[in-house]
Design a protein around this ligand. Structure first.
Ligand SMILES: Cc1cc2nc3c(=O)[nH]c(=O)nc-3n(C[C@H](O)[C@H](O)[C@H](O)COP(=O)(O)O)c2cc1C
Length: 188
């Protein structure tokens, strides 16, 4: 590998690449050792395996929420619905008490912050593993409980928030039956 390849592309080029890969929007919440809630908006969130049910997120090492997760080894993933945009902004940039600005309650199982006004799904996780890469730590969580109700997910891509739009199936999808069903994948 030459010197240029080992350095990689410029940050702006890489950010533009990733902005073309829209995702859902999560707020990861945790409690510190003293029981204070912490939370941060997160889009670097992905499923790893179904059996066991493990997910991952890549968190900047400077984050208070990450510090709390490492202290108490549990965290919650709140998946935001289409009306959860204010919460996404609060949990990415508000410098004061973020939880004073949203509706939330502790979960009955692990006592983790559930953003009841902004999330349509919540997964409680036990920290199963972590892996450092540059200035981020990739955390792996084993999902121990899920609470969810059907809703429209909030999205983030092209450097802006958006809302999932259901579209008409294409001709090819129609020929195969239901345009949505033919794209289903069970994650295995
Ligand atoms: C749409 C969006 C997605 C984000 N995704 C991540 C992420 O995946 N990992 C990360 O470390 N920060 C991410 N951030 C930045 C954090 O939300 C932000 O730095 C937050 O203030 C961290 O809070 P804390 O330091 O209190 O934990 C994201 C911000 C936005 C607006």
């Amino acid at each position: 590998m030459g010197a240029d390849e080992s350095r990689g592309v410029a940050a702006t080029e890489y950010r533009t690449l990733m902005s073309g890969f829209p995702t859902g929007v999560a707020v990861i919440t945790a409690l510190d050792r003293a029981g204070n809630p912490h939370g941060m908006t997160c889009t670097s969130f992905s499923s790893v395996t179904v059996t066991p049910p493990v997910l991952l997120a890549s968190l900047n090492l400077g984050r208070g929420t990450l510090r709390s997760i490492l202290e108490t080894v549990v965290f919650a993933v709140n998946l935001l619905h289409s009306r959860g945009r204010d919460a996404a902004v609060i949990f990415s940039s508000f410098p004061g008490d973020r939880f004073a600005r949203v509706r939330w309650r502790p979960t009955s199982r692990l006592g983790l912050p559930h953003l009841t006004g902004a999330a349509f799904a919540l997964a409680e996780c036990v920290l199963a593993d972590c892996f450092a890469s540059g200035d981020h730590l990739v955390i792996f969580g084993q999902v121990v409980s899920v609470t969810q109700s059907p809703d429209t997910p909030l999205l983030y891509g092209l450097r802006q928030f958006s809302v999932w739009q259901f579209t008409e199936p294409t001709e090819a999808a129609r020929a195969n039956g239901d345009g949505r069903a033919v794209c289903e994948w069970d994650g295995t």
